[in-house]
Design a protein around this ligand. Structure first.
Ligand code: FAD
Ligand code: N01
Length: 550
């Protein structure tokens, strides 16, 4: 199974490709680049592979796309051999899978761990990047591929006094590897996004008391997680190639039953029956109950009201239930959450919910939290489930200087601008895996990662076969793509939510809908057509004479 690497790249200062990040994207890239015979160095700031699943070790962390689908599909040997133990597997198992794949493909020898890429500069005369790290490496490469992740830049809230707290603090995205013992502790959890919704029920079982500080409630659907059923696993494994093909054409890259009718085209009884069926099925397929839930506000309202009523039915305290029932955004326009006994957890005696929308957290004090009205909460531990500087954070943190000397951060001051979410004008030979402007976070991300990697590899092969050393998205193609992105997003309800998709969780970040909402299948088709037309929208040039003479 392992490929024959063209040359050991560990320590090399000149390679064909530098890849930043060793999550699922970086791993698959390295495998494909080797297949192409390209020397590659991968830099990863963590001590191991796995990306998201290396960092997010909080209690309850698990995927919300079924494991039979949230896994690599590029190798039948891999998908047949690995066995998942649960319908939605937990973080340790997903991390073990990433390591297993990396070992099976013998990938780790080309990954430099504990090394952060800090800058990259384009040399216009040589058609090469020079990449620098916090360990003093300086590596030149023809191509730079950012596999830095959409949700890899953990974000603490801007609350005064955050450093003054004398107890323990944790961020879900930087969870200690040795785990955390919450026995006999009073715990504050700040945030009620996907991470918090997974963590709170588990922390509540261990801790003396948990106070959840909620600014915005989220809609959550029960996962109905269960041990993997042998028959179900066999059903998938006996039909994997066909099912993977189908998933790749779906809007979300996930194979589940979709609807051909809108929510208001059926009777109320039929509508409720369908919502009940999806609620019992569990998971994100709830949002596919009708085909207009993300575009028609009235249809969306019926789904939102159904979930609000479920919350009211589960949570015994009426005031708490009302606080937990989201009313400020259409369902699905913030990433829908998937939980295991989240709402039920508020029926426990040791769990309290505090609304910090009406009464904000004014300060973190040495002993706990103080709200705007002066109410103090003394706690032993604070868990920040406050999310990420999503989609752009990891990219703009690296000082990437393109052909004009402008940094990516400056170029994106008014919001990210890309062609297909893969490339940016002014940054030749730089590729992003699941960058802003691609379906990425709106999809099964492994499906999107594989599509981006395959497409990029095809482009690199195309260039090499033709002696092309420089490729760059044209300004016009990029402008048109940004326009198209915005037009498609505006046809949906997504821009109505102050979500991290819109950059709304980071003060000062431009409000732009960042992922491409046209759908994974449609996007794949567009990318294929662009390639078939000789990479329409890209400018390609041959090697400068100086480099050719090397
Ligand atoms: P990542 O896994 O984020 O890896 C990027 C890597 O790049 C990181 O290891 C990081 O350390 C490294 N890096 C970044 N910058 C630098 C730098 N400057 N120098 C060196 N290294 C750097 N998606 C789904 O589709 N389904 C799910 O069920 C799902 N569950 C999720 C659960 C959680 C808790 C989170 C946070 C995300 C989840 N996601 C899910 C999204 C998830 O991020 C992707 O599915 C996928 O793991 C991303 O892989 P990646 O390789 O693109 O990025
Ligand atoms: O982060 P989030 P996350 N005071 O940004 C609150 C993926 N993921 O880590 O909404 C009070 O969603 C903030 O409040 P508000 C998935 O794509 C998947 O939970 O800004 N509260 C919000 O409630 C997901 O969407 C899984 O008003 C403050 C919370 O912190 C993405 O990762 C599991 C605050 C942040 O929620 C991010 O999820 C986990 C303040 N000052 C993650 N600042 C799966 O299940 C912030 N908040 C697969």
């Amino acid at each position: 199974m392992p490929d024959v690497n063209p040359a050991p790249a560990q320590g090399a200062t000149t390679v064909d490709v530098v890849v930043v990040g060793a999550g699922f994207a970086g791993l698959y890239l390295l495998h494909r680049l080797r297949g192409l015979g390209m020397t590659t160095r991968v830099f990863e700031q963590a001590t191991g592979v796995g990306g998201t699943w290396w960092w997010n070790r909080y209690p309850g962390a698990r995927c919300d796309v079924e494991s039979m689908q949230y896994s690599f599909g590029f190798s039948d040997a891999i998908q047949q051999e690995w066995r998942w133990s649960e319908r939605f597997s937990a973080q340790p198992e997903i991390l073990a899978y990433a390591n297993w794949v990396a070992d099976k493909l013998d990938l780790k020898r080309d990954i430099t761990f504990e090394t952060k890429v800090t800058e990259a500069s384009w040399d216009e005369a040589a058609d090469r990047w020079t990449v620098r790290t916090d360990r003093g490496d300086a590596v030149t490469c023809r191509h730079l591929i950012m596999a830095t992740g959409c949700l890899s830049n953990a974000k603490l809230p801007e609350i005064p006094g955050i450093d003054s707290f004398q107890g323990r603090t944790f961020h879900t995205g930087h969870w200690p590897h040795e785990g955390v013992d919450f026995a006999d502790r009073t715990v504050a959890v700040i945030g009620t996004g996907s991470s918090a919704i997974q963590a709170i029920p588990v922390i509540a079982e261990a801790a003396k008391h948990v106070t959840v500080f909620q600014r915005t409630p989220n809609f959550s659907i029960p996962s109905r997680n269960a041990p993997m059923d042998d028959e179900y696993e066999n059903l998938w494994k006996s039909d994997y190639p066909n099912r993977r093909l189908q998933a790749r054409e779906m809007r979300t890259g996930i194979l589940y039953p979709t609807a051909t009718v809108g929510a208001l085209e059926v009777s109320e009884a039929e509508r409720l029956a369908e919502y009940e069926r999806r609620w019992a099925m569990g998971g994100t397929a709830f949002m596919a109950a009708f085909n207009d839930l993300i575009s028609n506000p009235d249809s969306n309202h019926t789904a939102a009201e159904f979930v609000r009523n479920k919350i009211r039915g589960i949570v015994k305290d009426a005031r708490t239930a009302e606080l937990l029932a989201p009313k400020d955004h259409p369902i699905g326009t913030k990433r829908i959450c998937v939980d295991t006994r989240y709402y039920e957890t508020y029926n426990r005696d040791n769990v309290a919910l505090v609304d910090v929308r009406s009464n904000a957290i004014a300060a973190i004090t040495p002993k706990g939290l103080r709200l705007a009205d002066g109410t103090e909460y003394a706690v032993d531990d604070i868990v920040f489930a406050t999310g990420f500087d999503a989609m752009t954070g990891a990219l703009t943190k690296v000082a990437i200087r393109g052909s004009t000397g402008t940094t990516l951060k400056d170029a994106w001051e008014a919001g990210p601008r890309t062609y297909l979410g893969l490339c940016a004008a002014g940054f030749p030979n730089m590729f992003m895996i699941t960058g802003p402007g691609s379906p990425s976070v709106l999809s099964n991300m492994i499906v999107s990662i594989e599509q981006h990697v395959d497409w990029t590899i095809d482009l690199l092969a195309h260039m090499r076969d033709r002696g092309v050393t420089r490729v760059e998205a044209t300004q016009e193609a990029q402008d048109n793509w940004v326009l198209h992105n915005n037009e498609v997003a505006e046809k949906t309800l997504y821009p109505r939510a102050a979500s991290w998709y819109m950059g709304a969780n980071v003060p000062g970040k431009p409000r732009v809908f960042m992922p491409y909402i046209g759908g994974v299948g449609v996007y794949r088709q567009l990318c294929a057509e662009i390639a078939e037309k000789g990479y329409e929208g890209f400018r390609m040039e041959g090697a400068p004479a100086r480099v050719a003479a090397e």
